[in-house]
Design a protein around this ligand. Structure first.
Ligand code: ASP
Ligand code: MG
Length: 428
């Protein structure tokens, strides 16, 4: 008998039928003799709807109240799911994040986990109940306020519980059959990946693949939790994310020993580009600029500095950051403009980022050539470039992004003959 943590995303519990289906799934797992702990997201697009609603009242909501609001979405689904299990003859008990012992820091909207002490969850398991925990939320250790962990954070709740409870596996149930070589909503010929290393999965998630929360992958890797990403709408085997090198992808007989070079194409529309124009080209100015950005609590992604124009002694520095952090970063830059001595700031939200990911990339020449050739043939203009050992990313116009994703996916022979199934959800 094993302990399984099962996390169900918003599209899996989007209405009463979905909740019943999930309840049956949980009871089936119990009937197979396993203990089950469940983590749920808010129903369907509830979190977005709550954000829209708050946006109609203010564009500067107090962070504490925003977390109170958003955490309510997961509480609705946890209670309804417990009722559905009860109605089907099972035993379940639901817990908020704080009741389940998810202790975080006090940074509202992107709180990080400090401690997990799931005593009540353990007791529920001992009493043979299904424990259902509201995802994406916790309680601040210092202020005791309710916090949320950032969009998509329920995945991280699930992995953190799996690690604390020493679960055998953490299953992430979603609206597609697993992790695909590209978002199947854009590339219908995308293929399901059977096994992926956590290193590659980290790059995919960091590059915008929304199927798993980045911090969930980091957490799973750190604590060696095996992840199984699969659909709640089918019983198909999903994608295994292997946490440690000991769990190296097992090569079947007859398969080539070198793994395929490329694991997939990820894209991201959630970033904006900031250009600081006319920065004095002398040592220390970049540090001053990024000091200001760090002070505004922004996460910088790509950075490009132009060659300084001869004789002018000035340069432009561009970088990308999450759109949601754009307003604060711009305000901080404007405030420091005179002191640092740059000429102005430009801001563009209509950009998209595309990343090609694969562990085999570092030892295979020709990958960049094929990548840029595909983009050029598709008429995609490249605005910024960054690379790691296992990734190449570019920024282009937002409205060229889908074309770019399809072109690169095809150029690396990732297309399959069968169309991928998207069972539900809007991908919003
Ligand atoms: N409900 C939250 C969101 O929409 C958390 C999650 O789904 O993981 O981001
Ligand atoms: Mg999610």
């Amino acid at each position: 008998m094993s302990l399984i943590v099962q996390k169900f995303g918003g599209s899996s519990v989007s209405d009463a039928d979905g909740i019943k289906r999930v309840a049956r799934r949980i009871m089936d797992t119990r009937a197979q003799g396993h203990d089950v702990v469940v983590v749920v997201s808010a129903m369907g697009d509830t979190t977005d709807d709550l954000l829209d609603l708050a946006g109609q009242l203010t564009d500067d909501a107090p962070a504490r109240e925003m977390d109170m609001l958003l955490s309510s979405g997961e509480r609705i689904s946890m209670a309804l799911l417990a009722m559905a299990i009860d109605a089907a003859g099972g035993k379940a008990v639901s817990f908020t994040g704080s009741q389940a012992g998810m202790v975080t820091d006090a940074v509202h909207g992107k709180a990080r986990i400090i401690e997990v002490s799931p005593d009540r969850v353990r007791k529920a398991i001992e009493r043979q109940h299904v424990a259902i925990v509201a995802g994406f939320q916790g309680m601040s250790k210092d202020s005791h306020n309710i916090t949320t962990m950032g969009r998509g954070g329920s995945d991280t709740t699930a992995v953190a519980l799996a690690a604390a409870l020493d679960a055998d596996v953490c299953e992430i149930y979603t609206d597609v059959d697993g992790v695909y070589t590209a978002d199947p909503r854009i590339v219908s010929s995308a293929q399901k990946i059977d096994k992926i290393s956590s290193e590659e999965m980290l790059e995919m998630a960091a590059s915008g693949a929304k199927v798993l929360h980045l911090r969930c992958v980091e957490y799973a890797r750190r604590f060696g939790v095996p992840l199984h990403v699969r659909s709640s709408f089918s019983t198909n085997e999903g994608t295994w994310v292997l946490p440690s090198p000991d769990d190296k992808i097992k090569i079947q007989e007859g398969e080539p020993l070198e793994q395929p070079i490329i694991s997939g194409v990820a894209h991201d529309r959630s970033e904006a580009k900031v250009t600081v124009v006319g920065v004095p080209d002398i040592p220390g100015k970049a540090a001053e600029i990024f000091g200001v950005i760090a002070g505004a609590n922004s996460n910088i992604d790509m950075i490009v500095q132009n060659v300084s124009t001869a004789g002018r002694g000035k340069t432009d520095i561009s970088f990308t950051l999450p759109i949601v952090e754009g307003k604060d970063a711009l305000a901080a830059l404007h405030e420091a403009q005179e002191r640092i001595g740059f000429e102005g700031v430009e801001y563009n939200e209509k950009i998209g980022k595309l990343s090609l990911i694969g562990a085999g990339m570092r030892s295979n020449p020709g990958v960049s050539f094929r990548f840029f050739e595909a983009l050029s043939a598709a008429g995609v203009n490249v605005d910024m470039i960054s690379t790691s050992e296992i990734r190449i990313s570019i920024v282009t116009d937002a409205d060229k992004l889908d074309t770019a994703v399809k072109a690169v996916h095809t150029a690396f022979n990732l297309d399959s003959d069968d169309a991928a199934t998207v069972y539900g959800g809007t991908g919003r």
